[in-house]
Design a protein around this ligand. Structure first.
Ligand code: ARG
Length: 588
C-alpha cells in the first residue's frame, strides 16, 4: 500500500505541475515544526535554483493551483517559500482503515526483491559468549527482520570463528593437562571416542587459562601455533578434538542465541571456506593480482583518492599460513558460489573498519564478486559501563551474556512482583520478556556506530525511552481491549472515524507513518530510526489515552472508532517491536 507521503507528494506534485513547475518539486516530508503543520513541502525552495525565481511566489502559485483537495485540510505558503500542510481527517481515517486491512499494515513489498546475506553474531568457538557479542547479534537480527518484512530474501550467517589460534591454544592446554589422551598418541590409527573429554564449563575455563599462559610463555605460544598449523594440515587427533570443541561449544552458543531470540539461517564457520583457499591463491597469482612482499603474498588495494594509507591486503603469510583476510575472501567465494547475493552486510565492531575496507577492495578488484555486488560494512560502537569503559562485571571481568540476561531479568522480576499480584510462574516468564526488551531496545535505540552506556537503571525503567515503557504501553492497550471484550464488545466491528481531538489526530498521524518508518530504518540500516518512531507512537497513544474516556464514551460509533484505533495501535507497535527482535506479554 502506498505510504501517506507518496499520496501527499503526488497531490502536491500535481499542484506544482498546474502552476507550470516540475511535479518533482512537490515532494512532501514530515514536518520539522509539528507546532505549525503536520507535513511540509520544501519544493519551492529547491525550485528557486532551477527557475531563478523567488521561492515564496512559486509556493503561493502552487497553493493556488492546488485548490480544494480531498487529502489536505489546510495548505499555506509561508516565508521564505515553505508550504505547511495539514491533512484532511476523513482521508486520514480512510487511510488507517485500509492500513488495518492490509496484511503488512501498509508496508510495501519492494518491487525488486534482493538476495542479501547478513554476516552477524560472529562468535569465536570455545570462548564464552560475552557482552562484546551482544551488539552484532541484536543489530544484525533487527536488520534481517526488517529486510525480510520489506520482501527481500535475507540469509543470516553466524560465521563462527573456528579456525584461529584459539583452537591451537586449547589443544596445547589439553595436552599439557592430559597428555595421556588418545588424541595425542603418535601414529594412532583407531577410532576416537564419541564423547568429548571436557564439558562446556571446562572448555570455557581452558581457553582463558591457555590464552593467559601463551602471553607469558613464548615456548608455549610457539607450541599453540604449531598445533594450529597441524590442525589446519589435517592432523587426525587434533581434528577429532576440534570436532569435540565444535559440538560442545556450538550447542552452548545455540542455547544462548535462543535466549536472545536471535536465529541464524546458516551456521557456517571460517573453516568452511578453507577448501577455496588453494584455488583462490592460484587465481590471484595467475591473474597477476597478487605480488610477493618480503615472502608474503599481498594484493595492493590503494586508490588514487585515498587520503590515508590503506595497506595491502595480505593473502598468505611468508610461512604460507592463511589469515583472517584469507578466510574472509574465501568465504566471499563460497557465498557467491552458493547464494550469489546482491549484497553482503557485515555487522562487526567498527574497529574492524579498515580491515573490511581492505577486504572489500580486494574482492572487487580481483573480481571475486560481480561489479554490482554490494559489500556493506555496518560497524558498531562499544557498549560501555557507566564509567565510560567497556562494560565489565563488578569484579572487572568479562561479563558473560548469559549473566547479563539473568541479572536484568532478576531486576525486572523484582519490579513486576513489587507492582502487582501476578502468578509466580508468569512473573518469571514476563520478567524475561521485559528484560529482553530492556537490553535490545537499550542497544538499538542508539545509532549503531556510536558507543553507548549500558545503564541498567535507565534501561529497565518503565518510564522514558525504554523497552519496558514500550511493552507497558502495549500491555495497557491490550488490557483495555480485553476489558471491552469481557463486557461483550467486538474489537473487529466498526471503523476508524475522522478525528475530533488533537491528541486523536496526532495518534492517527503517527500510525500513518509506519510505512515510511520501516522503509527508512531498512534503507539506512538504522534500527534506531524505527525505535524513535515506536517511542513517538507510544507517547502519542499515552497522550490520547490520558485525554480520552475510551470505554466510557457514550456515542457508540465513536467508541467503536476508538477501539479500532487501539487495535491498529497495538498491531503497529507489536509489529514494530517484532522487527526490533522482541515481543510483548499479555499482562505485566
Ligand atoms: N569472529 C570475529 C571477531 O570476533 C568476527 C567475525 C566477523 N565477520 C567476518 N566475516 N569477519 O572479531
Amino acid at each position: 500500500m502506498e505510504s501517506i507521503l507518496t499520496i501527499l507528494s503526488r497531490e502536491a506534485g500535481r499542484a506544482f505541475e498546474k502552476a507550470g513547475l516540475d511535479a518533482a518539486f512537490g515532494k512532501v516530508t514530515l514536518s520539522n515544526r509539528p507546532d505549525l503543520c503536520e507535513y511540509q513541502c520544501n519544493g519551492a525552495m529547491a525550485a528557486a535554483k532551477t527557475y531563478h525565481r523567488a521561492p515564496l511566489a512559486m509556493a503561493e502559485e502552487a497553493v493556488a493551483a492546488l485548490g480544494e483537495s480531498p487529502v489536505f485540510a489546510d495548505v499555506q505558503a509561508v516565508r521564505p517559500g515553505f508550504i505547511n500542510l495539514k491533512v484532511n481527517g476523513e482521508f486520514l481515517a480512510d487511510y488507517l482503515n485500509r492500513m488495518q486491512a492490509d496484511e503488512k499494515l501498509s508496508v510495501e513489498t519492494v518491487e525488486k526483491p534482493k538476495t542479501i546475506m547478513i554476516d552477524y553474531g560472529g562468535p569465536n568457538v570455545a570462548k564464552p559468549l560475552h557482552v562484546g557479542h551482544l551488539r552484532s547479534a541484536v543489530i544484525g537480527e533487527s536488520i534481517k527482520r526488517l529486510g525480510r518484512f520489506m520482501g527481500h530474501t535475507m540469509i543470516g550467517d553466524v560465521h563462527l570463528g573456528d579456525w584461529g589460534l584459539q583452537m591451537g591454544l586449547i589443544i596445547t592446554e589439553l595436552k599439557a593437562r592430559q597428555p595421556e589422551l588418545v588424541y595425542f598418541k603418535e601414529g594412532y590409527e583407531g577410532d576416537y571416542p564419541a564423547e568429548a573429554p571436557f564439558t562446556i564449563g571446562e572448555l570455557e575455563e581452558i581457553y582463558p587459562a591457555a590464552s593467559a599462559r601463551s602471553k607469558e610463555d613464548p615456548a608455549y605460544k610457539e607450541q599453540a601455533m604449531e598445533a594450529t598449523h597441524l590442525l589446519q594440515q589435517g592432523h587426525r587427533g587434533y581434528n577429532a578434538l576440534w570436532n569435540h570443541i565444535m559440538t560442545v561449544s556450538v550447542n552452548d552458543l545455540k542455547k544462548n542465541y535462543e535466549k536472545l531470540e536471535v536465529t541464524f539461517d546458516l551456521w557456517k564457520k571460517e573453516s568452511d571456506a578453507q577448501p577455496y583457499i588453494p584455488e583462490m591463491v592460484e587465481y590471484l597469482k595467475r591473474e597477476g593480482y597478487a605480488r610477493l612482499d618480503q615472502g608474503a603474498l599481498v594484493v595492493d588495494v590503494r586508490e588514487e583518492s585515498d587520503t590515508k594509507e590503506i595497506p595491502p591486503c595480505m593473502i598468505l603469510k611468508s610461512d604460507g599460513a592463511s589469515l583472517y583476510n584469507t578466510t574472509d575472501l574465501a568465504t566471499i567465494m563460497d557465498r557467491m558460489k552458493l547464494y550469489h547475493p546482491d549484497e553482503i552486510i557485515y555487522v562487526v565492531d567498527k574497529r574492524q573498519s579498515l580491515y573490511f575496507t581492505q577486504v572489500f577492495r580486494c574482492a572487487k578488484k580481483t573480481h571475486l564478486v560481480d561489479e554490482d555486488t554490494k559489500l556493506t560494512f555496518l560497524g558498531f560502537g562499544t557498549m560501555n559501563g557507566k564509567d565510560g569503559k567497556p562494560f565489565k562485571t563488578r569484579e572487572g571481568g568479562v561479563m558473560r551474556l548469559e549473566v547479563l540476561l539473568n541479572d536484568i531479568a532478576e531486576e525486572m522480576y523484582k519490579k513486576i512482583v513489587d507492582n502487582r499480584s501476578i502468578r509466580e510462574e508468569d512473573a518469571h516468564k514476563t520478567a524475561r520478556m521485559v528484560a529482553l526488551s530492556a537490553i535490545k531496545y537499550g542497544d538499538l535505540s542508539n545509532q549503531a556506530a556510536k558507543d553507548y552506556v549500558f545503564d541498567t537503571e535507565r534501561f529497565t525503567s518503565f518510564e522514558g525511552d525504554t523497552g519496558p515503557y514500550i511493552l507497558y504501553t502495549i500491555v495497557r492497550i491490550k488490557s483495555i481491549l480485553s476489558r471491552f471484550k469481557e463486557n461483550g464488545g467486538s474489537t473487529e466491528a466498526g471503523q476508524i472515524l475522522e478525528p475530533l481531538k488533537d491528541s486523536e489526530k496526532a495518534l492517527m498521524l503517527d500510525l500513518g507513518g509506519f510505512n515510511a518508518a520501516v522503509q527508512t530504518a531498512f534503507e539506512e540500516k538504522a534500527p534506531h530510526r524505527l525505535c524513535a518512531y515506536i517511542y513517538e507512537l507510544a507517547n502519542a497513544f499515552n497522550h490520547f489515552y490520558h485525554e480520552t474516556k475510551i470505554l466510557g464514551e457514550v456515542d457508540a460509533g465513536r467508541r467503536q472508532s476508538y477501539i479500532r484505533l487501539l487495535v491498529l495501535a497495538r498491531d503497529v507497535l507489536e509489529t514494530g517491536i517484532g522487527l526490533l527482535g522482541f515481543s510483548a506479554p499479555e499482562k505485566m
